[in-house]
Design a protein around this ligand. Structure first.
Ligand code: HEM
Ligand SMILES: [Cu+2]
Length: 547
């Protein structure tokens, strides 16, 4: 058993490297930098909203701040971090493969991210785009044309990157599993990546189509979506949401997978309902494709159609509820260790439940008509995307950092990070439900002075969120250089990625890995220590402690 970690020289991370582990870390670090940039833009938004008047920035710049904030958070952080970073790093290791199916395509997909991001951020300095992350025409066709075109080109590049990644994930999972591993022996993260990849492949091309037509309208004077030339802006909305509703699942499915893999390890219990979790991912993926018009209840959609989309949307609560039930049942009665990975996972489950509940509320047509385009929607998306996706990504970082670096993140700093993040998050976004119900519109730089105090609470919460990132950054950099060294399998986990050294050698496994157990055959034990024992011995020990 090789326990000696294999460290990649730092400069390799700046090269066109085809090793999926290098690419995964390249994605993780790059997207995190974009997260920080998106966070600074959010800070600009919250600073402006600390007072009801327009004083910090002009209205135009405010529009551009939330436009770029939303676009960066989605297309340069959550989507590429969940799929690109974790998908790349984990899939081959989890299925016992040497690399991805198409390593060069993989490197190309990554290297499309920096130019895509540069183009998007560059648009701010050329002519700030103002039409929101949704870029609905006719607004997107009349304001900031050159910036809007840069925005479109950037999304086309990032979308292509995402498609290339999905082709790779699907092929790798379906074709490159170690001999003897059936689909039902894969870690659940791989199932969730199958579901997310299917969504990417089906929906992203439709977004590309919409954006190309939008660009024709701007540069060539066509009128696909331009009502003054006989076009129909609602067609854009259909095409946009045919991608962007599935996109919320592209952003959350990989995180569902992360949580399903983190919880059993730190609760020392088998996952509850393996097949239910696996199939519910596929069900979410299918249902996610037929609900897009719930974003268009106020766009003149006919009543019978609204009824269909309302009911279909509510049905998604079923597979989602199955997952939540399974996670709760997994930790129920476990020997839970409340370390940072576990705290972020439990934070994820609880915040995602709130986001899911407000989601069922806005799925209902009469309610949605009341809160459409208010801060209620802003609260909802952040409970799903921040309390959900971001918390889950952090859980994944704390859990797999020892695999990636051979060192553990510092726990006191991690717990500080979690506590500040959790308080800041709820302080920033919980009051927005109330603001929305009271009718405060989103995407506007000024507001009715009666909302001042509550907005100031939100802004202080966002400041706390910014501060919470400091202990994390210190922790990540400091632990990478000098953190506590660990052996191959510090969490005593059973999935294959822990059977090789930490960090793994370039070829991942020196011998073909052997499946000694299912991925989650944990007994309840409370022995938490570093283990470098051979897997067979470890397993009999772990299972010997079973109930
Ligand atoms: C860092 C903490 C964050 C803060 C303080 C924050 C704050 C805000 C605020 C106040 C708005 C509403 C702007 C308006 O409508 O006038 C907004 C919009 C938005 N945020 Fe965040 N946000 C944060 C993180 C995130 C994350 C992690 C995501 C993940 C995807 C995200 C996605 C979005 C989206 C999609 C919009 C809609 C943009 C638009 O209307 O075009 N945000 N954010
Ligand atoms: Cu949707």
């Amino acid at each position: 058993m090789a326990n000696q970690g294999h460290h990649t020289p730092w400069w390799k991370y700046f090269t066109f490297n085809t090793d999926h582990k290098v690419i995964g870390i390249q994605y993780l670090v790059t997207t995190f930098i974009f997260y920080l940039i998106g966070g600074v833009l959010a800070g600009g938004v919250r600073t402006e909203l600390a007072t009801p008047e327009v004083d910090f920035v002009s209205r135009e710049i405010y529009n551009s701040l939330f436009t770029l904030h939303g676009t960066i958070m989605i297309f340069l952080w959550i989507v590429p971090a969940g799929t690109g970073a974790f998908g790349n790093y984990l899939i081959p290791l989890m299925i016992g493969a040497r690399d991805m199916a198409f390593p060069r395509l993989n490197a190309i997909a990554f290297w499309m991210i920096p130019p895509g991001g540069a183009l998007l951020i560059g648009s701010f300095f050329v002519e700030p785009p103002q039409a929101g992350w949704t870029s609905y025409p006719p607004l997107s066709e009349i304001a900031s044309n050159s910036g809007q075109i840069m925005w479109i080109l950037s999304l086309l590049i990032l979308g292509t990157s995402s498609i290339l990644g999905a082709v790779n994930f699907l092929t790798t999972i379906l074709k490159m599993r170690t001999p003897g591993m059936t689909l039902y022996q894969m870690p659940l993260f791989c199932w969730s990546m199958i579901a997310a990849s299917i969504l990417i492949l089906i929906s992203t091309p439709v977004l590309a189509g919409a954006l190309i037509l939008l660009m024709f309208d701007i540069v060539a004077g066509t009128a696909f979506f331009n009502p003054t030339g006989g076009g129909d802006p609602v067609v854009y909305q259909h095409m946009f949401w045919f991608y962007s509703h599935p996109a919320v699942y592209i952003m959350i499915l990989p995180v569902f997978g992360i949580i399903s893999d983190v919880l059993p390890v730190h609760a020392r219990k088998p996952i509850f309902g393996y097949t239910a979790i696996a199939y519910s991912s596929l069900a979410i993926s299918f249902l996610g494709l037929v609900v897009w018009a719930h974003h268009m209840f106020t766009s003149g959609t006919p009543g019978w159609l609204r009824m269909f989309f309302m009911i279909a949307t509510m049905i998604i609560a079923v597979p989602t509820g199955i997952k939540i039930f399974s996670w709760v049942a997994t930790v129920w009665g476990g020997k839970i260790e409340l370390n940072s990975a576990m705290l972020f996972s439990l934070g994820f489950v609880s915040m995602f439940v709130i986001g899911g509940l407000s989601g069922v509320m806005v799925a209902s047509v009469p309610f949605d008509i009341h809160v459409h385009d208010t801060y209620f929607v802003v609260a909802h998306i952040h409970y799903v995307l921040f309390g959900g996706s971001v918390f889950g990504l952090y859980a994944g970082i704390y859990h797999w950092f020892p695999k990636m670096t051979g060192r553990k993140l510092n726990e006191p700093l991690g717990i500080t990070h979690f506590v500040l993040n959790f308080i800041g998050f709820n302080m920033c976004f919980l009051p927005m439900h109330w603001l929305g119900l009271q009718g405060m519109p989103r995407r506007v730089a000024e507001y009715d002075p009666q909302f001042t105090f509550v907005n100031q609470i939100c802004s202080v919460g966002s400041l706390l969120l910014a501060i919470s990132t400091v202990p994390f950054l210190i922790n990540a950099i400091w632990s990478w250089i000098g953190g506590k060294q660990v052996g191959a399998n510090p969490w005593r986990a059973l999935t294959l990625e822990w059977q090789t050294a930490s960090p793994p050698p370039e070829e991942n496994f020196l011998e073909n890995p052997v499946l000694w157990s299912g991925p989650y055959d944990y007994g309840i034990d409370n022995v938490h220590r570093d283990s470098d024992k051979p897997v067979e011995e470890l397993l009999s020990e772990v299972q010997g402690n079973a109930r």
